[in-house]
Design a protein around this ligand. Structure first.
Ligand code: PHE
Length: 344
């Protein structure tokens, strides 16, 4: 046994390893289940009792020496690996990392906002949970006015004079702007709105709007018409025509609904424009003097126009999507189609 211990001790000094694999092999050779040191521990059982003390000590020292040497070899191998540079080729292409894409509603909202920014409009946002005053009262919808039924409302709290509700349009943000900003005002208000409507291919209880407001001295209907025409041409193409039809909103007088010439059939008539050659895109009008006065603006000095459009509607026309619900269902197959979405 003495010779065996000396032999291993000598071998240990000679031991050299160049790789992690060789270190592991050495570990197995000495300390593994069938290793040389392990075998000596087996033999130790047969050692004469009077020698047990001496050999026991030697064996333990041997085991410690082997373990320490293996650890030292492992460290030196690792150092030389890192000193000789990384073992992997860092110029190899990485694993593909799928990129997300923007939601089609966000793409169109940003496009609309960018167009109006170019015209000099600021962007304003406001609360989605609003009070009756900002959604209706200040916009010339008196209590019990039948026009309130045009926008079926989700109420959050009822029973008091100014109940809380989910805003049915972002015109409420325009009221907040009129209350708080100095004139002239030129602002667009993008945001999410809510209406208590049955969900169908053409209607949803949640959708998005961009509304705009321009108030200054001497603003006329001609300015409104020009702003809408320029917007329509930026959005749908430079040969786009607009058509204005008389309409009614409590907060504008006169009021109008605007159609653009169908950019799919170019006026010939197709199933998107239902054979008419025209597509409805927004509502607008001259701000009613009552609305200006309610927010403390002198309607004898100032006038203005306002307009509002549904983002999903514009997006449907732009990409010829025939069911509004696609925009809310987060079906990846639908959303992926907009990965590289660009101008029509
Ligand atoms: N607020 C109207 C709506 O949501 C749209 C609109 C805005 C109409 C401004 C005219 C002027 O239906």
């Amino acid at each position: 046994m003495k010779e065996a211990i000396e032999k291993i001790t000598a071998e240990l000094e000679e031991l050299k390893c160049a790789t992690r694999k060789e270190v592991e092999e050495a570990r197995v050779r000495f300390l593994g289940r069938k290793g040389e040191v392990t075998a000596l521990f087996e033999q130790f059982r047969t050692v004469a009792p009077e020698q047990k003390r001496e050999f026991g000590k030697k064996l333990n020292e041997l085991k410690q020496a082997v373990t320490a040497r293996i650890e030292a070899l492992k460290d030196s191998v690792e150092e030389s690996v890192s000193a000789s540079g990384p073992s992997e080729d860092l110029t190899m292409p990485g694993d593909p990392f799928p990129l997300g894409s923007r939601h089609p509603v966000s793409i169109v909202r940003e496009q609309i906002v960018d167009i109006f920014r170019k015209f000099g409009y600021d962007v304003a946002e406001g609360p989605e949970i609003e009070d009756d005053y900002h959604v209706f009262e200040a916009l010339n919808f008196p209590q019990n006015h039948p026009a309130r039924d045009m926008q079926d409302t989700f109420f959050v709290s009822t029973g008091h004079v100014n109940p809380l509700l989910l805003r049915t349009h972002t015109s409420s943000v325009q009221v907040r702007e009129m209350e708080s900003k100095s004139l002239p005002i030129r602002v667009i208000c993008p945001g999410r709105v809510f209406r208590n409507e049955a969900i169908s291919a053409r209607a949803h209880c949640i959708f998005h709007q961009v509304e705009g407001l321009y108030i200054d001295k001497g603003v006329t209907f001609a300015d409104l018409k020009q702003a809408i025409l320029l917007f329509a041409r930026e959005m749908f193409g430079s040969d786009t025509q607009i058509r204005m039809r008389p309409s009614y909103f409590p907060f504008t007088e006169p009021s109008s609904e605007v159609d653009v010439s169908c950019n799919i059939c170019h006026g010939k008539g197709c199933n998107i424009c239902k054979g008419t050659g025209w597509l409805e895109i927004l509502g607008c009008g001259m701000v009613d003097p009552n609305v200006l006065e309610a927010s403390g603006i002198d309607s004898k000095v100032y006038s203005g126009f306002a307009f509002g459009m549904g983002i999903e509607r514009i997006a449907m026309l732009k990409w010829q999507v025939n069911d509004l619900r696609h925009y809310f269902e987060n079906d990846m197959r639908f959303l992926r189609e907009f990965d590289t979405a660009t101008e029509v």
